[in-house]
Design a protein around this ligand. Structure first.
Ligand code: BES
Ligand code: MN
Ligand code: ZN
Length: 512
């Protein structure tokens, strides 16, 4: 992966392939619409204070994500200056928002694919700014190229390798807080990028057993406890939901429990992830046009996995248990039929009316398993419903919860780390739609409000008195359009940063 370092070297003296500077739109200024952002003073001086004019001549506007390349001034060790748009200039003295820095750094890193080293001279006011630029650069530089000829992602980068090293420039590079910010950004981005790799790995290579093996490897590497229930153990334990979903596949299901414990922990956070390594819909088969990206249906499990490993790497003073509910949803002679009744791990029975509503079935068992340990809170993450994509679009995940304050805390945490999320209700009247004449409940209810119906179904499998939230990431988990900011095409790593932030808040006693 791309390396992240700090340097106090001034931009002109840095041996690099490019120097990145920020430009912003300033509609209030007399001199024009473009301003060079703080941090790039030495670069602007080398252009005789005319960098904004030069960029204006080249057509730059300062719009978010816009990239303009120009030859570096004479005397610079780097041959190229890359100006990246930050969007609107903040109010007079207010600093640039972390998310603006993250996105700009990401866009710049993407544009620098094929180069070895770039110096970032973006407007960083404090350690939080350093963290944002670092995260943005590492996340933006991501590429998934293992399946490409010569190991290069030929489509998205014209066959160029990702940026080799991002050097963050600034006078406070020696400062402990900035060093810590770089460490955190590196651990977080590496694990988030690993989640992206898992999501992007084709389903013929990442089945439940393969995913479980990856978790075992990470547990070994980071000193985590791991327990894998295979199909025999699941049958013995009575995990009817996970087994029912996995029964149609030649690749058997797994339930992985990954535990990070801190000797100083006062709180225990349980994270539960939907890990459908491929969702064909099962006997209620999805039509062509709806199944091509369904390798992404394990994005929740990937996010949980990444968050637990990141919590361990960061040494957070909290216990975090990750539950990965892994199964492949396939049609076959042994598959669950619409009309079948499953006896779930909790003891409740569920009539499966639609085998394509499989995520809630595997999550139900994992939520009940997580509940047995009586954690302080449970958060599940899932690409659960198309309805949530219709409601919130492709960049925002929905938050549902059995506790209003907890839902708000998660919304706030998401906002803090730069993830778009929105609170959604769990209207009680929708429960009735899941009544079944045969079983305790059905796995489908009213079509309208389908994302909320799914949330209500999950709530039935949360242990009494446990604070719980459900994140439906079906929209933002997989980016089917072009890359933007630090978000690549394909797996995005949605919810990872929010989950890590929640673990940090739990560690500091600030999460309820
Ligand atoms: N994995 C899908 C949801 C999904 C849709 C994820 C689009 C990502 C993008 C889920 O298993 C599913 O098929 N849900 C059904 C539920 C319905 C049958 C009640 C849906 O949303 O249509
Ligand atoms: Mn489905
Ligand atoms: Zn699914």
């Amino acid at each position: 992966m791309t390396a992240l370092t700090l340097s106090t070297t001034a931009a002109p003296g840095l041996r690099a392939d490019a120097i990145v500077v920020g430009v912003a739109k300033d509609s209030g200024s007399k001199s024009g619409d473009l301003v060079v952002a703080p941090g790039a003073e030495s670069v602007d001086e080398a252009y005789d204070g005319k960098l904004a004019d030069v960029l204006g001549t080249l057509g730059a506007s300062g719009a978010e994500g816009e990239v303009t390349k120009l030859p570096a001034p004479s005397g610079f060790k780097a041959p190229l200056v890359l100006a990246v748009g930050l969007g609107p200039r903040p109010e007079k003295d207010a600093g640039y928002e972390a998310e603006a820095l993250r996105r700009a750094a990401g866009a710049a890193a993407r544009a620098l694919a094929g180069t070895k080293t770039a110096g970032f001279a973006l407007p960083v006011a404090d350690a939080a700014g350093t963290a944002a630029v670092g995260e943005g650069a590492l996340l933006g530089a991501y590429s998934f190229d293992v399946y490409k000829e010569n190991g290069k992602d030929a489509d998205s980068r014209d066959g160029k390798a990702p940026l080799g090293e991002a050097v963050l420039l600034g006078s406070n590079a020696g400062d402990e807080a900035h060093k810590a910010a770089v460490k955190r950004a590196t651990a977080l981005a590496e694990e988030l990028n690993r989640a992206r790799d898992l999501i992007n790995t084709p389903p013929n290579d990442l089945n439940p057993a393969a995913f479980a093996a990856v978790a075992e490897g990470a547990a070994e590497e980071h000193g985590l406890k791991v327990q894998v229930l295979d199909e025999k153990a699941l049958a013995k334990g009575g995990y009817g939901g996970i087994l029912g979903v996995g029964s149609g596949s030649a690749a058997a299901p797994r339930l992985v429990k990954l535990s990070y414990t801190s000797p100083k922990a006062k709180k225990h956070l349980a994270l539960v992830g939907k890990g459908i390594t491929y969702d064909s819909g099962g006997i209620s088969l999805k039509p062509a046009g709806h199944n091509e990206t369904m390798k992404c249906d394990m994005s929740g499990a990937a996010a949980v996995f990444a968050a637990v490993v990141a919590a361990a790497r960061l040494g957070l003073e909290v216990n975090v248990t990750g539950w990965l509910a892994l199964a492949e949803n396939m049609p076959s002679g042994s598959a669950t039929r619409p009309g079948d009744v499953l006896r779930m791990f909790s003891g409740k029975t569920v009539e499966v009316l639609n085998t394509d509503a499989e995520g809630r079935l595997v999550l139900a068992d994992a939520l009940w398993a997580a509940s047995q340990e009586k954690p302080d809170a449970i958060v599940d993450v899932a690409t659960l419903t198309g309805a949530m994509v219709l409601a919130l679009g492709s960049r925002t995940f929905g938050i549902m919860a059995n506790d209003d304050a907890f839902r708000s805390a998660i919304h706030e945490a998401a906002e803090e780390v730069g993830e778009e999320a929105w609170p959604m209700p769990l209207p009680e009247h929708l429960l009735k739609g899941m009544d079944s004449p045969t079983a305790d409940l059905a796995n489908m209810g009213e079509r309208m409000g389908g994302g909320l119906v799914a949330g209500l179904f999950l709530r039935e499998f949360v242990g009494e008195g446990i604070t719980w939230a459900h994140l439906d990431i079906a929209g933002p988990a997989f980016n089917e359009s072009g890359p933007f900011g630090y978000t690549p095409k394909g797996g995005t790593g949605s919810a990872v940063r929010t989950l890590v932030r929640l673990a940090e808040l739990a560690a500091s006693g600030d999460l309820g």
